[in-house]
Design a protein around this ligand. Structure first.
Ligand code: CA
Ligand code: CA
Length: 623
C-alpha cells in the first residue's frame, strides 16, 4: 500500500524500477540493494514504459539507470516496414502508457476503498461509549444548615424514562428574610436529565428517609414518595407534582417519635392500595409501638400495638420479610433481631380475631423458634447486631439475612434462620454492598473497615463461603463513605467506593499517599474481571454523604448520583452538591490504577475493548 500511495502522490526522489522514479516508501520496505535496483531497471527497460517517461527521453541526471543507448532494446524499433518509426512508436507507447496509467489509478482507488472499508469496520467493531450528554451534570444546592441525615432517592417522576433525584436537606434557619421564616427543611426533586429543579416542598422537620414506592402496583397511578421525618412527620408526596397526598396526624403517635423509616406492607384493609407500618419509640420508656397506616389516606389502620423489647444497641428495622410460602413477618430489635408475624400485629390493632387470608400463612421453620409457646416474638439473632440486610438468595425465591455484628458478618438462610457462614471481622460499621464478584451467581459483598490511621481496607467477601476473595488497603480520612455496585448483563457487578488518590505501588507498601488536598476524594471502580486494577472515575472535594446507582434501560448505562457536602470556606456554610455521572462514559475516561504487577499484563487496548462492551442492567439485590 505504501507503494500505491507513493505512486499516486508521485513523491519526488530516486526512480523506482517500474516508474523510472525513486520511491522512498518502497525503498524503505525493500530488501533489494541499490545494485539489484540497477539490474532490475536494466532488465525492465526492455518492457513497457509508463507515460511519465516517454520513449527516447533522456534519463534524468540523478537517475541510477544507465543512459538509454545500445544496451537497451527499444520497443519502437520492432515495427512494420514502411511506416514512420516515430509516429507509430508514439501511438503504441501512448496506448500502452494510458493503459498502465489506468491500471495504476484503478489499483490505487481499489486500495483506497479497501482501506476505507477496513477503517470503518474497525470503528464499528470497537464501539464508542454512548456519550449521553444527559447523564453527567453537577448541581449546587443549599447552603445546608446542618443535619446529620442525607436521604437520597432515585425515581422517574416525570415519565421521561430517566430516573430523577429526590433529596431533602435542612435549610439555614438564620437565613430568613424579613417577616418570612424559612421552613426547617426542604424536599427537592431534581431532573435526572439536567439537574434542574422539578419541584421543591417545605418540610416541617428534618427527613431521615425518602423512599419512592409503587403503592398501587399495576394501576399506573404514578410514583408516590414516602418521607419519614426524625420526629413525627410521615407524609406521602405525589412524585410528579411534589404535593403532599396525605400526612399522618402526629397525634396518633401519642408521646412517641418515629424511630425508623416507614415500611411498605401488603394491602391490609383491602382497598387495593398497599399499606404501611411505622415504628414509634416512647420518650420515657423503652416501649416500641407499631402503627399500621393506610397507604391511601394516611390514617391509622386500627390502634397502635406495643411491644416491650429487651436489648442493648442499635435499633434494628423494622423490616418486612416475606417467606417462600408467603408468610409475612416484621423484623426489629435493639442490638438483636426479633420477628413478629404481621398477622399478630394486625389482629391486635383491629382488636378482633380474624385477619385477611393473605396474613394467615405461617412458616413452620420460623414458628418453631418462638422462645415460649404462644409468645408473639420469634428470636432470630440475639447478640451485638449493628445492621440487618435482606439479600436475594440464589437458589430460592426468598431472601437471606445478612447481619453485621460487632464481631463480624453472619449470613442466615431465610428458610430456616440457620447460619450459612460467619466471618470474624472487627470494626465493620458501614452496610456491606451486595454485588456479583465471583462466577457462582451468588451475591458477594463489598466491605470497608478502618485499618490504621487514615487508611481503610476495602474487601470483597464471597457470598457462598464467607471467605475474603479480594482486599486492598487505601488511604481515606473521610469517616464513612458510601459504597455501591451496579450489575452488568453477564451476571457480574462493578463495585464503587471512595478513597484518597492512589498512585503506583511502591515496593515497601501497598500504596503511597498522594500530595493532593486532603478533602479531594476519588471514586474508584473495581471490576471482577480485572481484580489487579482499579479505575479512577471521578473526584470530589468535601464529604461524600450519600450515593445511589440507577440504570438507564435505553442506553444499558448506569448512572451514579452523589450527594456531597462542602468544603466550607471561612464565614460561608458548606454548600450541598448533587452530581450525576454516566458510568459507561466514565469507564472510557477513567484512569487505570495498577494495584500489583501481574503476568500477563493487561493490554490497554484489551481493557478498553472490554470496558466499552460493558452493559448495565437493573438487578434487585434486595428483596
Ligand atoms: Ca425523569
Ligand atoms: Ca390498603
Amino acid at each position: 500500500m505504501a507503494t500505491v500511495l507513493s505512486r499516486a502522490l508521485k513523491l519526488p526522489g530516486k526512480k523506482s524500477p517500474d516508474l523510472g522514479e525513486y520511491d522512498p516508501l518502497t525503498q524503505a520496505d525493500s530488501d533489494e540493494s541499490e545494485d539489484d535496483l540497477v539490474l532490475n531497471l536494466q532488465q525492465k527497460n526492455g518492457g513497457v514504459k509508463n507515460g511519465q517517461s516517454p520513449l527516447g527521453e533522456a534519463p534524468e541526471p540523478d537517475s541510477d539507470a544507465e543512459p538509454a543507448g545500445s544496451a537497451k532494446p527499444h520497443l519502437s524499433e520492432v515495427t512494420t516496414e514502411g511506416y514512420p518509426l516515430e509516429p507509430l512508436g508514439g501511438l503504441e507507447q501512448k496506448a500502452a502508457s494510458s493503459m498502465a496509467s489506468y491500471v495504476r489509478t484503478s489499483v490505487f482507488l481499489l486500495m483506497l476503498v479497501v482501506s476505507t472499508v477496513l477503517v470503518l469496520v474497525c470503528a464499528f467493531l470497537i464501539p464508542c461509549p454512548p456519550r449521553d450528554l444527559h447523564s453527567t451534570w453537577s448541581r449546587r444546592l443549599g447552603p445546608q444548615g446542618g443535619g446529620d441525615l442525607n436521604p437520597l432517592e432515585l425515581a422517574d417522576v416525570n415519565g421521561d424514562g430517566l430516573r430523577d433525584v429526590l433529596l431533602s436537606f435542612v435549610t439555614l434557619r438564620n437565613g430568613s428574610t424579613a417577616g418570612v421564616s424559612r421552613p426547617p427543611a426542604l424536599l427537592v426533586c431534581l431532573s435526572g436529565m439536567n439537574g434542574s429543579t422539578l419541584w421543591s416542598s417545605p418540610l416541617p422537620e428534618e427527613a431521615r428517609d425518602v423512599t419512592c414506592l409503587d403503592l398501587m402496583p399495576g394501576s399506573g397511578a404514578g410514583t408516590v414518595c414516602l418521607v419519614t421525618g426524625t420526629h413525627k412527620m410521615l407524609s406521602a408526596f405525589n412524585g410528579t407534582s411534589g404535593k403532599a397526598i396525605w400526612t399522618l396526624n402526629p397525634n396518633y403517635l401519642s408521646n412517641g417519635t418515629l424511630a425508623a423509616p416507614g415500611v411498605m406492607l401488603p394491602d391490609l384493609d383491602e382497598d387495593g392500595v398497599r399499606d404501611l407500618v411505622v415504628l414509634a419509640i416512647g420518650e420515657v420508656q423503652p416501649d416500641l409501638c407499631f402503627l399500621l397506616v393506610s397507604g391511601r389516606t394516611g390514617s391509622p389502620v386500627g390502634r397502635p400495638v406495643k411491644y416491650s423489647i429487651v436489648g442493648v444497641g442499635n435499633l434494628i428495622g423494622p423490616q418486612v420479610y416475606i417467606t417462600a410460602s408467603g408468610a409475612v413477618y416484621i423484623l426489629f430489635g435493639f442490638g438483636n433481631i426479633q420477628a413478629v408475624a404481621l398477622r399478630d400485629i394486625f389482629v391486635q390493632a383491629q382488636n378482633r380475631d380474624s385477619s385477611p387470608p393473605s396474613l394467615q400463612i405461617e412458616e413452620p421453620e420460623w414458628e418453631k423458634r418462638r422462645s415460649i409457646n404462644l409468645s408473639e416474638l420469634i428470636d432470630v439473632y440475639s447478640y451485638g447486631v449493628e445492621l440487618l440486610q435482606m439479600v436475594k438468595a440464589a437458589d430460592s425465591n426468598c431472601s437471606n439475612l445478612l447481619i453485621t455484628t460487632r464481631q463480624g458478618l453472619v449470613l442466615l438462610r431465610g428458610q430456616n434462620l440457620t447460619p450459612s457462614w460467619t466471618l470474624s471481622l472487627q470494626g465493620l460499621r458501614s452496610q456491606p454492598t451486595p454485588g456479583y464478584f465471583t462466577d457462582d451467581e451468588t451475591l458477594d459483598f463489598l466491605l470497608q473497615i478502618p485499618s490504621g490511621t487514615g487508611m481503610k481496607k476495602v474487601m470483597v467477601v464471597d457470598g457462598d463461603s464467607g471467605l475474603v476473595t479480594w482486599s486492598y488497603s487505601v488511604p481515606c480520612r473521610m469517616r464513612e463513605t458510601p459504597t455501591t455496585s451496579a450489575a452488568t448483563v453477564d451476571q457480574k457487578s462493578v463495585f464503587l467506593f471512595w478513597a484518597e488518590g492512589l498512585s503506583a505501588p511502591s515496593p515497601s507498601s501497598d500504596v503511597t499517599l498522594g500530595t493532593e488536598a486532603p478533602d479531594l476524594h476519588h471514586l474508584y471502580l473495581l471490576h471482577p474481571a480485572f481484580p489487579s486494577i482499579l479505575l479512577d472515575l471521578a473526584n470530589a472535594t468535601g464529604t461524600v454523604t450519600a450515593s445511589e446507582v440507577g440504570i438507564n434501560d435505553l442506553w444499558k448505562d448506569a448512572f451514579y448520583v452523589t450527594r456531597t457536602t462542602g468544603p466550607s470556606s471561612e464565614g460561608h456554610p458548606a454548600p450541598l452538591v448533587v452530581s450525576k455521572l454516566s458510568l459507561r462514559w466514565a469507564l472510557m475516561e477513567g484512569q487505570v490504577v495498577q494495584l500489583k504487577e501481574t503476568t500477563p499484563k493487561i493490554g490497554r487496548g484489551e481493557l478498553r475493548r472490554f470496558l466499552s462492551r460493558i452493559k448495565f442492567v437493573d438487578s434487585p439485590y434486595q428483596m
